[in-house]
Design a protein around this ligand. Sequence first.
Ligand code: DAH
Length: 361
Amino acid sequence: MDIQELHRRIATIEADVSAALRGLATADAVRGLDGVMLGKAGSLGSLIASVKEYPPEQRGQVGQAVNSAKQRVKEAIEQRLRELQTADLKSEAARAASFDPTLPGTPQPMGGVHPVTAVQWEIERCFERLGFTVEAGPEMETDYFNFEALNIPAAHPARDMQDTFWLNNGMLLRTQTSPVQIRAMKKFGAPLRVIAPGRCFRYETVDASHENTFHQVEGLMIDREISIPNLIGMAETLLREVMKREVKLRVRPGYFPFVEPGIEIDMNCQICGGNGCPTCKHSGWLEILPAGMVHPNVLRAGGVDPEEWTGFAFGLGLTRLAMMKYGIRDIRVLNSGDIRALTSPRRLGSVFVTDVEHNDR
Ligand code: DAH
């Protein structure tokens, strides 16, 4: 390359460098360019390496031209680095100046406890104060615990009262929380005060008041000389506590194979106040607490001597009670995953919710 050509080449390289520098926005990228330009393989680098190929009388001039080009390129790079640093500091300062630590934070949407869970916890607290323990049983049950031990043998017509999901392994999805009565008696013996909240399953066609998956709370109290008045007294305390208002109760005879006598404790409809509406089938009353005195066969199945002990049992419709409490008309809302059911059921609108007085939501 003759000297003139060399000068042109140097000028091109310098122009390229300053164009490239203007386009680079970070210090790292600029440092990368430094390597490319001045390293052996870089375009300036190869010019420097070529100085020794010129005849000795030209080498001084060529060397000087190349070296001063190298110097200018280095300076341009350093200049750009300084610019970027100042810009960084400035924008950091601007950010710091615009940050106001006294402003409230961005509100995060809060979830809520499911209405059924909320009522379940309330019931648990209430019963714990009455000296009951809280037990859980399996959702996949044996025929024995779900039916046999509860005085419902295989061919008993009472099995027709509960449409059951049978599983391939010969077990079933429990249709009621009552099997926990047997499990608890076997585990703790008598005397005993236990409640067992939990999910139950029935082979139902789903509509506004039927679900295939719902919740109950089973209750069992065994002691000496337990009688129906104890049961009714407890029912009153419980329902008043959960509904946070006075409720009217009505007691009727009812049939359940695991109790004798069996009763139905009804509560005045909280949706219509007892005047009659579709939810209470225009009767003004809701079946909320089927119960009774534990059948001797059931005590025996739990290993408890019916000659020595008596007890009452009940199977509270937890899902139904939650619906009453929050004025939810349509049971499907509860398993729908609709977040409004969790945070504020009232926002579901009047098709699903009545304007029944909400106590704590
Ligand atoms: N397990 C019954 C059902 O789901 C409800 C029930 C009735 C439970 C009477 C009881 C009871 O403990 O004593 O239909």
